[in-house]
Design a binder for this molecule. Structure first.
Ligand code: NDP
Length: 328
C-alpha cells in the first residue's frame, strides 16, 4: 500500500475550502489510487468551522482519507507537506488601499513561506489560490529561499478553463475539441487569454473564429471579468469552479499534460517571452513527471504583445509595491 501524501489546505473553512476538501479526499487531486492526509490551516476564529468540515469528511468514510489535522500554526500545518493549496488570503475590502491589501497578505504569506521552507517535504508543490494570487505566491516564494523556484505556482487554471468553455461555445464544438489555449500574465482583470495558438478540432482557433471584434470586445472581457459576473448572478463569488481549477492545476502538474496540449500556470519567470525573470506570471506550460516547462518558440503578434505587456506591467507594479513594504 502507498504512503499517504500530505496535503495542506489553508483557509480550509472558507467557501473554496468547502468545495475543495471533499474532492481531495475522494481522489480528485492526485488520483483514485493515492491515499491522502489532510492538514487544515485556519485562523483561530475559524478553527471551529474547520472542525465541522472535518466531521463531515469523517462522515463520508472516504477510503483514501487517512487522517485530518486542524491547526492555526503554519509550522504544524506544513510539517512534511507534499502538496500545499494556499487558499486563505485577505480579500480586498471596500475602500482598502492596495498597499494595505498587500501588507495584510504579507502577514499571511511570509510566515507560510517560512514554514514551508523550514518544514515541508523535499518534493513540496505549492499552489496559491488566494488573491492577489501571483503576488501572494511571490511573497511566499521569497520567504522560502531553500525551496526551488519551480515549486511555487499561482492559479490561472480557472481563467484557462473559462477561456476553453467560451471558445468551445463560440465555435460550436465540445470542450474536449479545444486545445492549447493560453492565459498570460496576472490573475486579474489585465490577464490575457490568447487563442492565436489554440486549436479547435485540430484547426487554428483564431482562423476558425475569424472575428477580431468578438475576440477584443467579447471573449477577452468575458473571461477576464467572469468572476464579477458570477458574483452578480449568484450573490456570492465563484467557489466550486475555483476549487475545481485548483484540483485541475495540481492534478496536471503531478500527472502531466496530454500529448498535443498544454495548460496555463502562474510560475516564476525565467525571462521567456520578455517577462522579467523572477516575476510570477502565467505562461503556457507542459508538464511531465511532476515538473513543468514553458512552451517555447510561439510567435507573439502585436495584438498579443500589447496585452501581455500590460498585464506584466501590473505584476511589476505589484512586485515593486511589496518590495517597498519589505515583503520580498
Ligand atoms: P473563499 O474561499 O471564497 O476564497 C478564498 C480566496 O480565494 C480569496 O482570496 C479569493 O480571492 C481567492 N480566489 C481565487 N480565485 C478565485 C475565484 N475564481 N473565485 C473566488 N475566489 C477566488 O473565501 P472565504 O472568505 O469563504 O474563505 C477564506 C477562508 O480563509 C476563511 O475561512 C478565513 O478564515 C481563511 N483564512 C485563513 C488564513 C490562514 O490559514 N492563515 C489566512 C486568511 C484567511 P478574492 O477575495 O479576490 O475573491
Amino acid at each position: 500500500t502507498r504512503t499517504p501524501v500530505n496535503v495542506t489546505v489553508t483557509g480550509a473553512a472558507g467557501q473554496i475550502g468547502y468545495a475543495l476538501l471533499f474532492r481531495i479526499a475522494s481522489g480528485h487531486l492526485l488520483g483514485a489510487d493515492v491515499p491522502v492526509k489532510l492538514r487544515l490551516l485556519e485562523i483561530a476564529p475559524a478553527l471551529k468551522a474547520a472542525e465541522g468540515t472535518a466531521m463531515e469528511l469523517d462522515d463520508c468514510a472516504f477510503p483514501l482519507l487517512r487522517g485530518i489535522d486542524i491547526t492555526d500554526d503554519p509550522n504544524v500545518a506544513f510539517d512534511g507537506a507534499n502538496v500545499a493549496l494556499l487558499v486563505g488570503a485577505r480579500p480586498r475590502a471596500k475602500g482598502m488601499e492596495r498597499g494595505d491589501l498587500l501588507a495584510a497578505n504579507g502577514g499571511i504569506f511570509t510566515p507560510q513561506g517560512k514554514a514551508i521552507n523550514g518544514h515541508a517535504a523535499d518534493d513540496i508543490k505549492v499552489l496559491v489560490v488566494g488573491n492577489p494570487a501571483n503576488t501572494n505566491a511571490l511573497i511566499a516564494r521569497s520567504a522560502a529561499p531553500d525551496v526551488p523556484d519551480d515549486r511555487f505556482t499561482a492559479m490561472t487554471r480557472l481563467d484557462h478553463n473559462r477561456a476553453i468553455s467560451q471558445l468551445a461555445q463560440k465555435a460550436g464544438v465540445g470542450v474536449e475539441d479545444v486545445k492549447k489555449v493560453t492565459i498570460w500574465g496576472n490573475h486579474s482583470a489585465t490577464q490575457y487569454p490568447d487563442i492565436f495558438h489554440a486549436e479547435v478540432a485540430g484547426r487554428n482557433a483564431a482562423e476558425v473564429v475569424n472575428d477580431e471584434k468578438w475576440l477584443a470586445e467579447e471573449f477577452i472581457p468575458t473571461v477576464a471579468k467572469r468572476g464579477a459576473a458570477i458574483i452578480e448572478a449568484r450573490g456570492a463569488s465563484s467557489a466550486a469552479s475555483a476549487a475545481n481549477a485548483a484540483l485541475d492545476h495540481m492534478h496536471t502538474w503531478v500527472n502531466g499534460t496530454a500529448e498535443g496540449d498544454w495548460t496555463s500556470m502562474g510560475i516564476v519567470s525565467d525571462g521567456s517571452y520578455g517577462v522579467p525573470a523572477g516575476l510570477i506570471s502565467s505562461f503556457p506550460v507542459t508538464t511531465k513527471d511532476g515538473s513543468f516547462e514553458i512552451v517555447q518558440g510561439l510567435e507573439i503578434n502585436d495584438f498579443s504583445r500589447a496585452r501581455i505587456d500590460a498585464s506584466v506591467k501590473e505584476l511589476e507594479e505589484e512586485r515593486d509595491a511589496v518590495r517597498a513594504l519589505g515583503l520580498i
